[in-house]
Design a binder for this molecule. Structure first.
Ligand code: KIV
Ligand code: ZN
Length: 561
């Protein structure tokens, strides 16, 4: 054997002229078929037991999958029993078709017919391997011999199915030239045509031709070329439903499927989260949600993805990766500060513009569409920028910090992340906010106060303030008047030692915590002596008191600094 990479035979692309698939887009959902309970199940260290398979089956039905490959009933007694339980236990809704897999071998086909007795809608799926490599090393047979296996099986299946069809069973057929991707395309056309003929396929009784990348061996564009070539040459294309069954050996299963759909496929066999042999089958969730985020209805419901994931992990004992598209724990988390700022701006933009579309950078999907929450989107670590902490304060705790305040609070959080050297949880960010602003109660504190408001004949408001303040241990009285509570308080403290501050900016809003609603005020003051600016925050059930607390918070912070 040659060393290293030299021992591999490169894929030979199928020459094709005037390919049309690159100019197409995906505009509608394919027919979905789940192979979780067969391809997925056979690849588990501990295959699912009956109860697990039933629960999984019901989840697939809830998601909206209408064709479900339930197993390989001729392969073992367990598989047979599961098939019987699904049928006899009344688990299969009338609009769902079960699919059963069988090799193109007589005794297995006969056993499979026994297994499906009594079912309403069935796809009988048979296969044999057609690739150059398998013909050479496994079967040592020429193409005629391989075609004979397929057509013999087709004849038997057609014959055995007639009484069932006459008795009312909606029985359809599926043929897979297994290892299609390693088969010469002209031969793939030849064997599929022969199978269609032997199954008496017609536009009214279409047969599913399932074209698997049993082992993914080429680039998705090369697969799309093969498929377009195959479909063009298949006589009586309207007798067939072209189905894809991609595996993921090169990590391109999703791309292969998407390009395969552009090249003319009608149907896709896939599994949840890409479970299946080796690197798995193609992931149905990613495919469906990719369509969804392009404005195409995938006709599958993943609106509670966490619930599906929980069922999947419990039944298969397989973990779903943290970065698995749409479902992974970290896929709605932005660590980078610039990403956090952009997300923040996107949220603001959506609010202020009233846009009808999802227009948030770095979030290709609204997490709520898969039942995920906004809360974990931003996590604050030393790489996060000023916007991240403000985002947490707004989305987790309802504090809408003024824009010009965000850098100041960002620095407070940054100091903490630098000090602890790891991520800071939202709760800790709230604590820092309280410590820094709301609990800045020294040295100045408002002990008690009263406002008296009069409105003159022209409607002008006039407010008189009287209050008691404490500076460390000294208690003193202040009073002042103004055109509003803030003005009156500010005038009241003129002449005191705290009068060296200029009022620069003010914002306020209500925050609701359960049924409890409070007002929060943000006030920016400038220290005339140093020129430095300080934000203060006040919180109160009393709408007039929150700004006074905010003023004192800013002054106290200035003193502290
Ligand atoms: O991957 C494959 O080729 C299969 C066939 C049985 C369809 O699973
Ligand atoms: Zn497979």
């Amino acid at each position: 054997m040659k060393p290293g990479f030299e021992k591999y035979i490169p894929f030979q692309p199928q020459p094709i002229r005037g390919r049309t698939w690159p100019d197409r887009t995906i505009t509608k959902a394919p027919v979905w078929c789940s192979v979780d309970l067969r391809d997925g199940n056979q690849a588990l260290i501990d295959p699912m037991n009956l109860a697990e398979k039933l629960e999984y089956f019901h989840t697939l039905v809830d998601i909206g999958v209408k064709e479900i490959e339930i197993g390989f009933p001729s392969a073992s007694e367990t598989e047979y029993e599961i098939c019987r339980e699904l049928i006899e236990g009344g688990h299969i809704p009338d609009d769902v078709t079960i699919q059963v897999l069988v090799q193109a071998r007589e005794h297995l086909i006969k056993k499979t017919f026994e297994a499906i007795q009594g079912a309403k809608n069935v796809i009988l799926h048979f296969y044999n391997s057609t690739s150059t490599l398998q013909r050479k090393v496994v079967f040592q047979m020429d193409t005629d011999g391989i075609t004979q296996i397929a057509t013999d099986a087709a004849d038997l299946i057609y014959e055995m199915s007639q009484p069932l069809i006459e008795s009312g069973m909606n029985l359809r057929f599926e043929y897979s030239p297994e290892s299609f991707m390693g088969t010469e395309m002209d031969y793939a056309v030849e064997i599929c045509q022969a199978v269609l003929d032997h199954l008496h396929a017609s536009p009214e009784r279409k047969v599913i031709l399932n074209l698997p990348t049993t082992v993914e061996n080429c680039m998705p564009n090369q697969f799309a070329d093969m498929l377009e070539y195959f479909i063009r040459r298949l006589p009586g294309r309207d007798r067939a439903i072209i189905s894809l069954h991609p595996h993921n050996d090169r990590g391109c299963g999703v791309a292969t499927t998407e390009l395969g759909l552009l090249a003319g496929a009608d149907r896709v066999e896939a599994t949840l989260f890409g479970n299946g042999e080796r690197t798995g089958n193609v992931d149905m969730v990613t495919l469906a949600m990719n369509m969804y985020t392009q404005g195409v209805d995938p006709k599958l419901n993943f609106s509670d993805i966490n619930k599906i994931r929980e069922m999947f992990e419990r039944c298969t004992k397989m973990p779903v990766g943290d970065r698995q598209p749409y479902v992974g724990k970290l896929v709605f988390t932005a660590f980078s500060g610039s990403h956090q700022d952009a997300i923040n701006k996107g949220v603001q933009y959506m609010k202020s513009s009233g846009t009808e579309y999802w227009e948030i950078p770095y979030l290709p999907i609204d997490p709520a569409d898969v039942g995920r929450e906004y809360e974990p989107i931003i996590r604050i670590n030393s790489q996060s920028g000023k916007g991240g902490a403000a985002y947490i304060m707004e989305h987790n705790f309802g504090f809408d910090l003024p824009k010009s305040m965000q850098p100041e609070f960002g620095r407070v959080v940054q100091e903490e992340t630098d000090a602890v050297g790891k991520e800071v949880a939202p709760e800790r960010i709230r604590e820092l906010f309280h410590q820094e602003y709301i609990e800045a109660r020294q040295p100045y504190q408002l002990i008690k106060h009263a406002f008296r408001e009069t409105v003159d004949a022209e409607g002008h408001s006039h407010v008189a303030f009287q209050g008691t303040l404490r500076h460390t241990d000294t208690v003193f009285e202040v009073s002042g008047e103004g055109n509003g509570p803030i003005d009156a308080f500010f005038n009241a403290i003129q002449g005191e030692k705290i009068s060296r501050f200029t009022f620069l900016d003010y914002a306020s809003h209500a925050i609701t915590d359960g049924s409890d609603s409070q007002g929060v005020a943000y006030i920016l003051l400038q220290d005339q002596r140093t020129g430095k600016q300080y934000w203060g925050v006040g919180l109160s059930h009393n709408i007039n008191l929150a700004p006074l607390r905010a003023i004192l918070s800013a002054i106290n912070r200035a003193k502290r600094a």
